[in-house]
Design a protein around this ligand. Structure first.
Ligand SMILES: C[S@@+](CC[C@H](N)C(=O)[O-])C[C@H]1O[C@@H](n2cnc3c(N)ncnc32)[C@H](O)[C@@H]1O
Length: 253
């Protein structure tokens, strides 16, 4: 498969390749804001999980913005093309990929002075996903830009987008018969994951990108899943774009 180009994403210049979603400026914006908001250090490192990682843009930018030795990231995607691209992007971004392809236990500090990114092929909607052998919870930070476009919006997208990008990267309600789900299916799945004991740390942070008009519904879904506090971040165009949540209200105050 050939590269079709590159896309700036913060300090990174990422490879882009069909059919993997091209990282968007709104995602770049909140990822940089999250980097300022959390600020891990080598003495207080974080274990990060990025669900629906695509090109790997979110965890790779955090790996580059946070000090060496302060983050161990895992990025999960259902698409082999995405996992290969995120691996290639780790290489061009000079972010270390563990050679044995297995995450080290979160109790161990990261390899000295290195942030790491592990790409993992998995279906986050698989009931066995949380017990997936490649995962090492608890996670201190969970990020996601999941598919969130409704079927109606998808049908109205320009053909240039539909031809380049995998429908799995865009359609928020992928199951036949669930076309009326308002694009929220993945937020329900993510809520179920973070509600599980020991998946998100008690003072961990969840940050999910949402589509226009979805923020309030996603807040409700997360509060119903045992999150104790939420905040909504707007994008540079004043659109409610990210829901941040935690089981520890002090983390968001
Ligand atoms: C909107 S794209 C986001 C990609 C990247 N995080 C970004 O911000 O550019 C959503 C991604 O979710 C992946 N995906 C869709 N269904 C999935 C599933 N059930 N499990 C894991 N990943 C999935 C798609 O392959 C796609 O790469």
């Amino acid at each position: 498969m050939c590269n079709v180009g590159t896309q700036p994403f913060g300090v990174l210049n990422l490879l882009v390749r069909a059919p993997v979603l091209i990282p968007r400026p709104e995602t770049e914006d909140w990822t940089m804001r999250l980097a300022q908001f959390i600020r891990p250090t080598p003495t207080k490192p974080v274990n990060l999980l990025d669900l629906c990682t695509g090109s790997g843009c979110i965890p790779l930018l955090l790996c580059r913005l946070w000090p060496p030795g302060s983050v161990r990231a895992t990025g999960v995607d259902i698409s082999q093309d995405a996992i290969q691209l995120s691996y290639d992007n780790a290489r061009v971004s000079e972010v270390h990929v563990p050679s044995d392809n297995l995450p080290s236990p979160p109790t161990e500090p990261p390899i000295p002075a290195q942030n790491t990114f592990l790409p993992l092929l998995a279906n986050i909607r698989d009931p066995a996903f949380a017990r997936h052998s490649g995962l090492c919870p608890p996670f201190d930070v969970i990020t996601s830009n999941p598919p969130y476009i409704s079927r109606e919006e998808y049908d109205n997208l320009p053909t240039s987008v539909r031809d380049f990008e995998d429908a799995r990267a865009l359609l928020g309600d992928p199951d036949p018969g669930h076309e009326q789900g308002c694009g929220l299916t993945f937020y329900h799945e993510i809520a179920q994951l973070v509600a599980r004991d020991g998946f998100l740390s008690d003072n961990g942070i969840l940050a999910v990108e949402v589509g226009q008009g979805q923020a309030k519904s996603v807040e409700r879904i997360l509060l119903d899943a045992n999150m104790k506090a939420t905040a909504i971040w707007k994008d540079p165009w004043e659109i409610e774009r990210v829901v941040v949540a935690s089981k520890d209200p002090a983390r968001l105050s």
